[in-house]
Write a protein that binds this ligand. Structure first.
Ligand code: FBP
Length: 708
């Protein structure tokens, strides 16, 4: 290209094609911003009212009764529509309000639509109502940092992912000072109501704020969010109140699309095992949904592993008249064996590739790791309580931390009792690889939670898997199966008779399509001695080339690629399901506020059904709270909901495990859920786990009905 033929930069930048691609706005964005999610029928009426639904019962913790006296008597409330309201109520319902909203915890797709739903409902009822967004999560309430949400601002974020409009943070309002500062901010702003959009810990915060500000007349409403899907609320009899938190569907769909693409890649170049860690701090709901969406070859479910019983070990101990308690629950070593077994089974049918899905929180369900986490949590929390500097500032490097632990054992430091960290713990901990020791000692988040996303779970498992596969290889058990036709062709090409050599080389000659080289043949040396012993080769003869080739084909090369799916899916643009769900949650939050509720969580019943059947409700938060150990003291919190191994969704995945492992000749059974599509038809319109678990509800319901 000559200099004179190069287009001038100013002309290039002015070209419509260039201007189109460098603009921050594209068609997808325009469509998203313009989309108006449908609203539940009652939100189109002139007013909404709340009707108590007496069918839901709770077992109330006595500590919750003591600490949350103003809101403990709350009940489940259904939002209904009405066109006539008496004058006094009408005036109250329609008054100009000041409402604050805050995001708390990790982002979840759909959060902006909670704001949009709240804003639209509030300003529809009274255009003079003002909505303020607290910045950077609960810190914004504590420090009085907020921004007024105008229509122009809200419109810029409709149907978009993330929490970018007002950001988020993980600070917990967990002491008197923070509580007093928060209350001061709300009073100064003359808030009528505060909406807290967050997970289990944040809704716990919402309940305490509701209690604290009850006498100030400031209502507090929670909105359950988390991609982890671990806020699933039931009453004491198992009746579903909140089947799924928002953001779960989008994150699961984003992870599934990427993982399904890896399945396609794995099945194409047939040389890698893709190890995919997927988010979910503790519960494996996301991994379960990914399994259903993609049919990846192996998906670990933490809750299932915790349920594991080693019956062989148990029986052996019983025969010796003892009980082996280590038979209950999965150990790290055993888990690596389970993974190796799957890899070996696929290798035996010539598949030296696959996709393994590992939930981020899987280690939480492994006995020995759980013990380390609990012990180290206690040590760190104790240290922080007793000293001015926190544990991580006092001991910045891994060596410093290990030295501190050693000093505890030697009794030089007496910050915790010998029972918490003794010589045996120290010895076992020293066997853990350094990077994992570091992971286990990472800083806890502000709620005292162990930060699994900071730990290279997949590396811990893969190191063990690689070690064990090496042992299995040496024992002659881990081999690639050779298809009989390939064996025959390779031999015949060089004029060798496969029928003659087959019985010498393979353990399962004529018994299966995929032939397994004899267990005793683990090297060229052992291969040669087998041929010499059979009289096909003299001591000084070389191994015939085709036989050497077959042997080489039988030696597996375990190559892996690791991936982490978390922050990417969490920042994804919401699915239509999450857009509609969250917009209606925002509308629900406003109905709760306008009808005077406080200490309630906005939710929607029948999410698994057609939109026409969705029913907005308010769930009382206080009756759901129970005592749990946090930062080594008992605290009232909302319970996290982990995968129920008796749920239909889990049982379906379990029933299809062998099929999706596809350790048989023939194709894999991968499923392509496709990308998140905002326009056009998409069958992937709601979480599969939601649909399957609802089948269980219907069965229970019909069983109840027939019993009744
Ligand atoms: P929330 O429970 O606050 O919604 O956050 C969930 C989550 O995305 C987990 O899946 C993950 O373990 C964690 O947040 C990561 O936290 P961080 O954003 O602080 O790294």
């Amino acid at each position: 290209m000559t200099e004179s033929s190069i287009i001038r930069l100013d002309k290039l930048l002015d070209h419509p094609a260039v201007m189109g691609v460098v603009a921050d706005v594209n068609l997808e964005l325009k469509e998203r911003l313009a989309y108006q999610p449908p609203v539940c029928e009652m939100f189109n009426r002139a007013f909404t009212i709340l009707e108590t639904d007496p069918q839901y019962q709770f077992e109330i913790d006595k500590e919750a009764r003591r600490h949350l006296s103003h809101i403990i008597g709350n009940t489940v409330q259904r939002v209904a529509g009405c066109d006539e309201y008496d004058e006094a109520l009408k005036a109250n319902y329609g008054k100009a309000r000041t409402i604050g909203i805050v995001f708390s915890g990790g982002p979840a797709p759909g959060g902006h639509n909670v704001i949009a739903g709240l804003f639209d409902a509030a300003t529809r009822v009274n255009p003079r109502t003002r909505v303020f967004g607290f910045l950077m999560g609960p810190d914004g309430i504590i420090n009085g940092d907020y921004v007024e949400l105008t229509r122009e601002l809200v419109d810029r974020y409709r149907n978009l992912g993330g929490f970018t409009m007002i950001k988020t943070g993980r600070t917990k309002i967990d002491n008197e000072k923070k509580m007093a500062l928060s209350r001061e901010t709300c009073k100064k702003l003359e808030l009528d109501a505060l909406v807290v959009v967050g997970g289990d810990d944040s809704n716990t915060n919402a309940a305490f704020l509701a209690q604290e500000m009850f006498d100030d007349g400031i209502q507090v409403i929670g909105v359950p969010k988390t991609i982890d899907g671990d806020i699933q609320v039931h009453d004491a009899y198992g009746k579903v109140l909140c089947a799924m938190s928002f953001g779960f569907h989008t994150a699961a769909r984003a992870f599934s699309q990427a993982i399904a693409n890896l399945c396609t890649d794995a099945g194409s170049d047939v040389k890698y095992w893709h190890v995919c860690k997927v988010m979910g701090r503790v519960a494996s709901h996301l991994a379960l949904e990914v399994a259903l969406q993609t049919h990846a070859n192996v998906t670990l479910i933490g809750e299932d592993l915790a349920d594991y019983v080693d019956y062989g070990r148990l029986e052996k101990a019983q025969a010796e008249g003892t009980v082996d308690y280590t038979s209950y629950g999965m150990t790290l070593r055993h888990l690596s064996r389970v993974i190796c077994d799957a890899i070996m089974q696929r290798a035996a049918v010539g598949k030296n590739y696959g996709v393994l899905v590992v939930p981020e929180g899987v280690l939480e369900f492994i006995n020995e790791i759980q013990v380390f986490i609990i012990k180290l949590n206690t040590i760190i929390a104790n240290y922080n309580k007793m000293h001015d500097r926190d544990f991580h500032t006092a001991f910045p490097t891994l060596d410093d931390k290990l030295e501190y632990l050693r000093r505890l054992v030697r009794g030089i430091r007496k910050d915790v009792s010998y029972h918490v960290w003794n010589a045996r713990d120290d010895e076992l901990f020293n066997d853990v690889p350094a990077f994992f020791q570091e992971g286990l000692l990472t800083e806890r988040d502000s709620h005292g939670n162990f930060q699994f996303s900071q730990v290279k779970t997949e590396k811990v498992l893969l190191d063990l898997v690689k070690d064990y596969l090496g042992i299995l290889k040496e024992k002659g058990l881990y081999k690639m199966g050779i298809e009989d036709t390939i064996f025959a062709k390779t031999m015949q090409k060089e004029g060798l008779d496969p029928e003659l050599y087959g019985p010498i080389l393979f353990d399962n000659w004529k018994q299966a399509r995929y032939l397994m080289v004899k267990q005793t043949i683990i090297s060229k040396k052992t291969l040669k001695s087998a041929l010499v012993k059979a009289g096909f080769l003299g001591d000084d003869d070389a191994i015939p080339a085709p036989i050497e080739k077959i042997f080489e084909m039988s030696v597996p090369k375990f190559k892996t690629q690791t991936h982490f799916y978390g922050y990417d899916g969490r920042g994804s643009a919401p699915t239509r399901f999450d857009c509609t769900y969250t917009y209606n949650l925002g509308r629900t939050a406003f109905s709760l506020i306008a009808n005077g509720a406080t200490g309630q969580m906005a939710a929607i019943l029948n999410l698994e059904q057609d939109f026409a059947h969705w029913r907005p409700i308010g769930i009382p938060i206080a009756p759901l709270m129970h005592l749990e150990e946090r930062k080594s003291k008992l605290e009232l919190v909302l319970e996290k909901s982990v995968v129920d191994v008796h749920s239909p969704a889990f049982r379906v995945v379990k029933a299809f495990r062998d099929k999706w492992l596809a350790a048989a000749p023939g194709d894999d059974h991968y499923r392509q859920p496709g990308p998140i599509r905002f326009t056009g038809n998409s069958e992937e319109d709601r979480p599969i786990t939601l649909l399957l678990n609802a089948l269980g509800n219907h069965f229970y319901a019909s069983a109840d009905e027939s019993a009744g």
